[in-house]
Ligand binder design. Structure first.
Ligand SMILES: Nc1ncnc2c1ncn2[C@@H]1O[C@H](COP(=O)(O)OP(=O)(O)OP(=O)(O)O)[C@@H](O)[C@H]1O
Ligand SMILES: [Mg+2]
Length: 328
């Protein structure tokens, strides 16, 4: 915080917010415009004036709060250098990029803004403001109905988002001259480090498939069916889902996965109330013993829901690949 350059406009905007008391403040801007820096400054100022401040971090890649591939809720605290406090909420999106994952991104944004219990709720967003990024920003506005949109823009680049939502109050401010772009490699490295830090304290947990439910997959969603050569086969109204090395040769197969498809898959984990509690990496599913082995820092007693994601990760946080378009 001490290296932050505070343009006069940022101070004026903050004073205006203290005055007008918009509760939910959505911060928009292109990549590296200083959205997160502004959110930190605003939260610190509101906190210093005696107000409670919740932060909803909807950036999936470059996060201030919690691990990548999630929407997170935190609370600004006064501790020096650590003013964003513990994780109070998490919604697993499943990817570090919004394209293809717009629905969980918008749902996660809505759920965590709804869960925030504070005088001010500051919503940080990612820097994708063109194309699909523009579309998702519109739905995020629809979902949270912000009392104020703060738009960090240089030369009108956010107008295609702001004008269609012109019924919402918006403040257009300019980025600091100190805002610096980060290249793709720096972003990748910071994601890897964030995943590695998250999984540092992880341990192996083995769970019976009767102890957990699986979301975002058709696997285990239907009654078992006998299919020669398959490790697993289940019948669903959409067709048979099978895990087998070679084609099972049935006309009614909706999906066939190769054995080992689950190894290193990034998953979200939720508790018995379907509240996100963290992430896990799948070590493997034992179809014979009907158990799943995970690697996760979340305590075993909280693991009740496993949500399949889109990304394969190594234990050290590096990205190994993505789930193909057919999904799991
Ligand atoms: N007001 C400021 N004072 C000093 N440095 C700044 C300021 N605004 C931005 N920066 C620097 O510019 C870079 C990008 O800033 P920041 O991460 O806040 O942007 P962002 O819009 O949140 O980026 P992203 O699109 O990755 O989410 C950082 O290195 C940050 O330290
Ligand atoms: Mg940011």
């Amino acid at each position: 915080m001490k290296d932050l350059d505070i343009p006069a406009q940022w101070r004026e905007q903050t004073a205006g917010i203290l005055d007008g008391r918009p509760r939910v403040i959505l911060v928009l801007g292109g990549r590296d415009m200083g959205k997160s820096s502004f959110c930190r400054f605003l939260a610190a100022e509101l906190l210093a004036s005696g107000h409670s401040v919740a932060i909803v971090d909807t950036d999936l890649g470059q996060k201030d709060i919690g691990p990548p591939a999630t929407v997170t809720l935190g609370r600004a605290t006064g501790a020096a250098g650590q003013w964003i406090g513990d994780l109070e909420g998490l919604y697993f999106v499943g990817s570090t990029h919004p394209v293809g994952r717009m629905l969980p991104l918008v749902i996660g944004t809505a759920r965590l803004v709804g869960a925030a219990n504070a005088a001010f709720v500051v919503v940080d967003t990612d820097g994708y403001v063109d194309g699909a990024g523009r579309v998702v920003k519109g739905y995020q506005i629809d979902a949270v109905r912000p009392d104020l949109i703060v738009a960090l823009e240089k030369r009108g680049e956010l107008e295609p988002i702001l004008r269609p939502y012109g019924t919402y109050p918006a403040a257009r401010i300019r980025p600091s001259a100190k805002a610096r772009p980060r290249d793709r490699w720096q972003r990748e490295l910071s994601r890897k480090q964030a995943f590695a830090a998250y999984f540092r304290e992880a341990r192996r947990v083995e769970l019976g498939l009767d102890e957990v439910v699986l979301q975002r997959s058709l696997l285990f969603a239907g009654e078992p069916v006998a299919v020669a050569g398959a490790l697993y086969a289940g019948r669903t109204p959409e067709g048979v889902v099978a895990v087998a090395e070679t084609p099972v040769g049935r006309a009614d197969v909706a999906k066939q996965l190769r054995p080992g498809f689950e190894r290193n898959l990034l998953c979200g984990v939720a508790d018995g109330h379907d509240q996100g509690v963290g992430l896990a990496l799948v070590e493997g599913i034992d179809f014979g013993r009907r158990s799943v082995a995970l690697f996760s820092p979340v305590p075993r007693e909280k693991l009740r829901v496993i949500q399949f994601g889109d990304l394969y990760l190594a234990w050290d946080g590096s990205e190994l690949g993505r789930v193909d378009r057919a999904g799991l």
